[in-house]
Every structure is written in structure tokens, then in C-alpha cells.
Design a binder for this molecule. Structure first.
Ligand code: HMG
Ligand code: MG
Length: 296
């Protein structure tokens, strides 16, 4: 099995969608550019969702068109429907992501649709994306626990992951939206999902509410996962998952992977400086332990 891990940096999207105030798009652009300069090769830079639902992400066009693009970097965005994809294409996106959930209640709260309706909405989106040569990632949220329904079975998560994969999503990201998971449950989840979606096409997306994200990532690595979502300075959260905290910090993931010899390309020193800079811009405590401890 390959020792190479691919990181998907979701800070500019998952991180900034949950900020209480509106972050100026010049800061978003500077963040995306700095992350690319750290050596990150996939950056989720924006969302093309309803501005009534998530006003923080209303400036996706300005962000994507304002970036000075680095070669070999994928700039992607969330798109919940065809309207979102059309807007993302107009902004020159490289890749998009659809998102649904393993739990009906969360799906309803997050995108105002049942799981089945959400999948039906994705069909025309996937068709247009294919025509345009744009890969589509599929997120499954609440794969372990739902804020409204409690525990979710691995089979329920596997069923939704399978549906997205069968529809043509090139990669499926499994979201522990609440950050409540522990390694035993992560292993059970991955055993079930990998029967439906090949391991190389699976990503893990851990929020770190209970401080379990890194051990969960380690368990996932042991099971063969090689795509990891993370967010600089541990920014993040979902407006429709009350109480959930940020994503696992990219600094922590890079430190872990470099220690394991599974990632070399990212400049950790630059990344730490970027995490400190964005935390300062947002007036937040840095959510990365590596970022706090780094003295080099
Ligand atoms: P709806 O209200 O059912 O949609 O929302 P609608 O089709 O009835 O449209 C309502 C209005 O929104 C209309 O405008 C549409 O034009 C507009 P009006 O006529 O009232 O002026 N609209 C749009 N505008 C811009 N872009 C669009 C778009 N679509 C409709 N794409 C909808 C349904 C899906 C749009 C809404 O619920 C929504 O935008 N939800 C997004 C919620 C969100 O972004 N959540 C956070 C991201 S998911 C996440 O964080 C989890 C993840 O990190 C993984 C994990 O951690 O688990 C990925
Ligand atoms: Mg998330």
C-alpha cells in the first residue's frame, strides 16, 4: 500500500464558514495563497451555497477569481445543487464537492432536504460536471453521530457513501461532523464503507471536539486511508452542528505524517506562521498545538 498521503486543506471553507462575522475576501484570498505557498496541493477555497443560509461564504466568486493561482494546486468549492455548480464554474473552480449526510435530521437541517432528495439534486450536477471535466467529491456528514439523532450505524454511512460513489463522485469524504468518534468506531465505519467504496477513493474528515481526531486519523491510516482533510489552525465547524468545534489542525496532521515519513512536501514552518497569522486576523486563539509549541 502507498505511503503517500494526500491532504485536503479545508480551512478557507470549513474554517471560515463558521466565523461569527464576515471575513473580508482579501483575507480569504491571502489565506488561500499562503496555504498554497506552504506546499498544500488541494485547497477547498469557497462554497457556492445559499447566502441566506451561510452568509459567510457569499463571496466565493471574488475569492476564486481573486487568487493568484499556483500551478499544480487544485482549488475546489462546495456546491449543494446545480445553481451552485454553475456559479463555481463561472468562478473557474478546478473541482467541486457535493454534500449530504448519513442522518436524515442533519441532512434536513443542513441542506433542507431528505437524503434521497439531496442525491436526486446531485444527478444533474454530476452530469454537468462530467461534461465540463470537473471531478466531484462527495461528503457524507454525521458518519458516526448526529446532533439530532445520536449514534449512526456504519451501515447507514456506507449506504450513502455507496450511493454517491455509484453516481460518479470520484472521492468520498467521511465527516465526523461532531468530532465525537473514537478509533474503535472509526475502524467499524471504515470496514463497512470500504466494502462499498475502494479505500483509495475514501477520505476522512475529523472535527476535533473531543480531542480524538489525531488518534482517529492514525486508526484510519492503519486501515489504508491515504486522503485526509484538515484545517489550518484547527479552524472550522458547521453552522448546523451546534457544539461541534474545528477540524483537526493541518499543522498536527503534517507533524504526525512527517514523523511517520508519509509526507515531506509541506513546509511546516510556513504552515505554522500561516496558522498564527489567520488566528490573529480572526482574533482567535490558535487551535493548533503544534502552532502554539513551534519555536523553530
Ligand atoms: P433551500 O432554501 O431549500 O433552497 O436551501 P431553494 O432551492 O428553495 O432556494 C432558496 C433560495 O436560495 C433561492 O433564492 C435560491 O435562488 C437560493 P431566493 O429566490 O429566495 O432569492 N439558492 C442559492 N443561492 C446561491 N447558491 C446556491 C443556491 N441554491 C439556492 N447554490 C440549500 C437549500 C441547499 C441551497 C441551502 O440549504 C444551503 O445553501 N445549505 C448550505 C448549508 C451549508 O453550507 N452548510 C455547511 C457546509 S456542510 C459542512 O460543513 C459539513 C462538511 O464539512 C463535512 C462534515 O464536517 O461533516 C462538508
Ligand atoms: Mg466539516
Amino acid at each position: 500500500m502507498s505511503d503517500k498521503v494526500r491532504l485536503v486543506e479545508v480551512g478557507p471553507r470549513d474554517g471560515l464558514q463558521n466565523e461569527p462575522g464576515l471575513v473580508p475576501f482579501a483575507i480569504k484570498i491571502a489565506l488561500v495563497e499562503r496555504l498554497a505557498d506552504c506546499g498544500l496541493r488541494h485547497i477547498e477555497a469557497a462554497s457556492f451555497v445559499s447566502p441566506k443560509w451561510v452568509p459567510q461564504m457569499a463571496d466565493g466568486h471574488a475569492v476564486l477569481t481573486g487568487i493568484h493561482r499556483r500551478p499544480n494546486v487544485i482549488y475546489s468549492a462546495l456546491t449543494p445543487n446545480l445553481k451552485g455548480l454553475e456559479a463555481a464554474l463561472a468562478a473557474g473552480v478546478d473541482q467541486v464537492a457535493v454534500f449530504t449526510a448519513a442522518s436524515e435530521s442533519f441532512c434536513q437541517h443542513n441542506i433542507n432536504a431528505s437524503i434521497a432528495t439531496s442525491l436526486a439534486r446531485f444527478a444533474p450536477l454530476l452530469a454537468l460536471a462530467k461534461e465540463q471535466g470537473i471531478p466531484v467529491r462527495g461528503y457524507v456528514s454525521t458518519v458516526l453521530d448526529c446532533p439530532y439523532e445520536g449514534a449512526i450505524t456504519p451501515e447507514a454511512a456506507a449506504q450513502v457513501a455507496s450511493a454517491l460513489y455509484q453516481m460518479g463522485c470520484t472521492e468520498i469524504s467521511l465527516g465526523d461532523t461532531l468530532g465525537t468518534g473514537t478509533p474503535k468506531r472509526v475502524r467499524a465505519l471504515l470496514s463497512a464503507v470500504s466494502q462499498e467504496v475502494p479505500l483509495p477513493q475514501l477520505a476522512v474528515h475529523f472535527h476535533d471536539t473531543y480531542g480524538q481526531a489525531l488518534v482517529n486519523i492514525y486508526a484510519a491510516l492503519e486501515q489504508g486511508i491515504r486522503i485526509i482533510d484538515s484545517s489550518v489552525a484547527g479552524l472550522g465547524g458547521c453552522p448546523y452542528a451546534p457544539g461541534a468545534s474545528g477540524n483537526v489542525a493541518t499543522e498536527e496532521v503534517v507533524y504526525l505524517l512527517q514523523g511517520l515519513g508519509m509526507l515531506t512536501r509541506v513546509n511546516l514552518d510556513n504552515l505554522v506562521q500561516t496558522g498564527r497569522w489567520i488566528s490573529q486576523q480572526l482574533g482567535r486563539r490558535n487551535g493548533s498545538k503544534v502552532g502554539l509549541a513551534w519555536t523553530k
